[in-house]
Structures are given as structure tokens and as C-alpha cells.
Design a protein around this ligand. Structure first.
Ligand code: APR
Ligand code: PHB
Length: 388
């Protein structure tokens, strides 16, 4: 098999990159470990920065998003019964779009089907060789046979547990990590959202988030110890805890119902540098992980793809400047999103065993946000997405 760009991973990063390259006439083959159904069953975040919306438009996968997506011009930061609305539109002139990552991935799959792109599922034992030659080779097993894919470039879009990052020699990688001592227990329910915008709540009992997928489908989270198991939480226990962590007038209007999905996600900040090794380029979770507080995971995958698709289109046409600067340019924006995600996680969560000074710093940070339009503008600028 031959192609111009081999892509490992059919998540948002891999499929969006493939779609943008194909629209520019660059051939791709996507190799995915799981089945399509498995990929589409994943429940992930639901906030798109406007630059991600514009990239999806450029990829030609915006029709359903425009029809079903919900533009949001602000969000609420709650602390006890105090609620502070951050007005994105007034502070930055920008907004975000509420549209689930699952829907983005489904739209990308449909677009790739229409493009006739080869997306191979059930691929295993990928080995990447010849990264410093004119053409690289992916060796892999598919449908019981060992196969070979020759390509000009390899895009490692295979997430945190993928093979791409580990193909870069360990002594040539610089890794940065912060593992948080708690997780987020998330519930999806066919219930109307408790508020028309998201509410991030910093309560004495811990963090909670009231989010949504549509006018009839809600997504809620509560901070839990890492020792908790989703199956230990009944729906009733979840709703009771969520009510305790939302401002009183909000909790009073919470509509509850049976959970249609319930899971616990650990929180981690992670960056691996560089994002390039010869003909291999990392994008998305393969290179970095953010805690979900700042809603940056999907948007950072889109950010990398924004830089990488242009660099690869130029490189296939003979201009290598973009691929030579890709890692540095992508990482500059990654680190700023990493900082914002870490800061909001620290501001909004209680850490087991923290001292009174940490609690006082959290209160002062929230007080300053409430009193300073400059601080609110900084939050809004980061939350809606820094410029590419
Ligand atoms: N070979 C082939 N495919 C692989 C391999 C492998 N060795 N390892 C992982 N994959 C696949 C996974 O099955 C998954 O479908 O790569 C894909 C990676 O997709 P994501 O993990 O969704 O990562 P990314 O596309 O970068 O999107 C980042 O997804 O996980 C969320 O919170 C994250 O919102 C962020 C977004
Ligand atoms: C979600 O809707 O799943 C969501 C929204 C905002 C976040 C994290 C998750 O910051």
C-alpha cells in the first residue's frame, strides 16, 4: 500500500487531519485499533472554541453542527451561592459552540466515507520504520495478515496510549506531567439542562460542572476521589451530591432522570516534546493531555491539526518550512492552553489535605475574578480560545 500521509488513530485529530488533507488533494490512509462503533461510543467533552468551529467549516463538516450546535456567549463560575457570569461576547467579541465530540467524530467519519478515504479498523501491532528516509513504512496487522504501508509522512494521532509518541526515543523526549489527586464522575442524562449556560461550581464539598449536549440532553460532573468506582454511585447518590455542590437556586430547579452513561475520568496535565521525529508528527492526545476543566482537549487536537495540515500540504508540494517549524509552533499554543487548564483546575477544585492558605488563595482568585474586568477578560480570552 502507498499513500502520501499515513495517519494512526481515527479520533477527532486523525479524522480531521485526514479530511483537511484530502480536501487539498493529499492522499491519506487512517489506521485505527478499535472498531468504528467503539470509537463512536466514546462520550467526551462538548465545547468547541470558535477557531475549532471555523476549522470544521473549512473541512466541510459543519452542516449538522450549525443545525444542532448551540452557541454559548458566556458561562457561570459559582462559589457557594455566589454566581459570576463571564460574558465571552462582551469581553472578547467571541463565543463557543456546544456540540459533543462524539458528534464531531461521527460527522468526520461520514465526510471521510464520502471522500472514499481508507479508514482501516481493527489494526494492531503497528511498527513505524524509516522515519529518516525519503519514504517511511508502517508495518501492521489487519484482518489476520501482516501488511505494509509506504508513505511520505506519518501523523501520530493515536492518543495518550498510542504507539507514535513511544516511537520517539525516550532519551530524546522531554515529558512534563501533573497527575491530579481526584477524578470527575460524569453522568449523561436525557433531561433538560439546569441552566442555559455551563456552570462551573467550586463548592465546599468539591467541584461540580453542569454542562449540556442539547435542550433535552445534559452532562453533569462531580469531583470524586480516585478510589471511587462509577458503579459505586447510584443515580440517586449522584443527583444528591450534585445538588449539594450547585448554588441553592440552581439545585432547586435541577431536573433529574436515569443516567444513560456514567464514568469516572482521571485528571492529568501532560506534554511530550518534541512533536516531530523525522517524518513522524504527533497531534492531539498523542502529545499532550489537559484536565477537562478548561474544555481544551478536543480544541488542542484541532489546534495541532490546524498547523499540521497546512505544513503537510506544503511539504507534499516540496516546501518543508511548515513541517520544520510545526513542533515549535504547535507547542507554543499547547503550553498556553496547558497553563489555563492547570490554573482553572487549581482554582475550582479542593485538594485533599490542602492547607488553609491554599483555600484562601482560591477564594482570593475567585474574588479578584469577580471584581476585575481585566481578570474576566483574561479568563474569557483563554476559554474561548487564543488565536492560532
Ligand atoms: N494503533 C491504532 N490506533 C490507535 C492506537 C494504535 N496503537 N492507539 C490508540 N489508537 C486510536 C484510539 O483507539 C483512538 O480512536 O487512536 C485514537 C485516538 O483518539 P483520541 O484518544 O480521541 O485522541 P485525539 O484524536 O487526539 O482527540 C483528543 O479526544 O480523548 C479525547 O479528551 C480527549 O477531547 C480530547 C480528544
Ligand atoms: C462537557 O460538556 O462534557 C464538558 C464541558 C466543559 C468542560 C468539560 C466537559 O470544561
Amino acid at each position: 500500500m502507498n499513500t502520501e500521509v499515513a495517519i494512526i488513530g481515527a479520533g477527532p485529530a486523525g479524522l480531521l487531519l485526514s479530511q483537511l488533507l484530502n480536501r487539498a488533494g493529499v492522499s491519506t490512509v487512517v489506521l485505527e485499533r478499535q472498531t468504528r462503533a467503539h470509537v463512536l461510543a466514546r462520550i467526551r467533552a462538548g465545547i468547541l472554541e470558535w477557531s475549532t468551529v471555523e476549522l470544521l467549516r473549512a473541512a466541510g463538516v459543519d452542516v449538522r453542527m450549525e443545525r444542532e450546535g448551540i452557541p454559548h456567549e458566556g458561562c457561570v463560575l459559582a462559589s457557594g451561592d455566589t454566581q459570576l457570569r463571564i460574558d465571552f461576547r462582551a469581553l472578547t467579541g467571541r463565543q463557543v459552540m456546544v456540540y459533543g465530540q462524539t458528534e464531531v467524530t461521527s460527522d468526520l467519519y461520514e465526510a471521510q466515507d464520502a471522500m472514499g478515504t481508507e479508514v482501516l479498523h481493527g489494526v494492531s501491532d503497528i511498527e513505524i520504520t524509516d522515519l529518516d528516509a525519503a519514504r517511511s513504512v508502517l508495518h501492521f496487522t489487519h484482518e489476520g495478515a501482516r501488511r505494509r504501508l509506504s508513505c511520505l509522512f506519518v501523523a501520530g494521532c493515536d492518543g495518550f496510549h498510542g504507539v507514535s509518541r513511544r516511537t520517539i526515543p525516550a532519551d530524546r523526549r522531554r515529558e512534563f506531567e501533573r497527575v491530579y489527586p481526584f477524578g470527575w464522575l460524569g453522568v449523561l442524562s436525557e433531561t433538560p439542562p439546569v441552566h442555559h449556560e455551563l456552570i462551573y461550581s467550586n463548592a465546599p464539598r468539591g467541584f461540580a460542572l453542569a454542562s449540556q449536549r442539547s435542550e433535552t440532553r445534559s452532562r453533569y460532573y462531580v469531583q470524586v476521589p480516585l478510589t471511587d468506582k462509577a458503579e459505586d454511585w447510584s443515580d440517586e447518590a449522584f443527583w444528591d451530591e450534585l445538588r449539594r455542590r450547585l448554588p441553592g437556586e440552581v439545585a432547586a430547579r435541577l431536573v433529574t432522570g436515569p443516567s444513560i452513561e456514567k464514568s469516572i475520568a482521571p485528571l492529568r496535565s501532560f506534554v511530550s516534546e518534541p512533536m516531530r521525529w523525522g517524518n513522524l508528527f504527533l497531534a492531539g492526545d498523542a502529545a499532550h493531555i489537559v484536565p477537562p476543566t478548561g474544555a481544551k482537549g478536543l480544541n488542542l487536537a484541532a489546534s495541532d491539526v490546524h498547523y499540521l495540515h497546512r505544513a503537510l500540504i506544503d511539504a507534499v508540494r516540496g516546501d518543508r518550512a511548515g513541517i520544520d517549524s510545526y513542533s515549535e509552533r504547535a507547542l507554543r499554543r499547547v503550553w498556553k492552553a496547558m497553563r489555563f487548564s492547570w490554573a482553572t483546575t487549581t482554582m475550582m477544585h479542593r485538594f485533599e489535605g490542602e492547607d488553609s492558605f491554599a483555600e484562601a488563595m482560591r477564594r482570593a482568585t475567585l474574588d479578584h475574578l469577580g471584581a476585575s474586568e481585566t481578570a474576566q477578560k483574561d479568563f474569557a480570552e483563554n476559554y474561548t480560545g487564543l488565536p492560532f
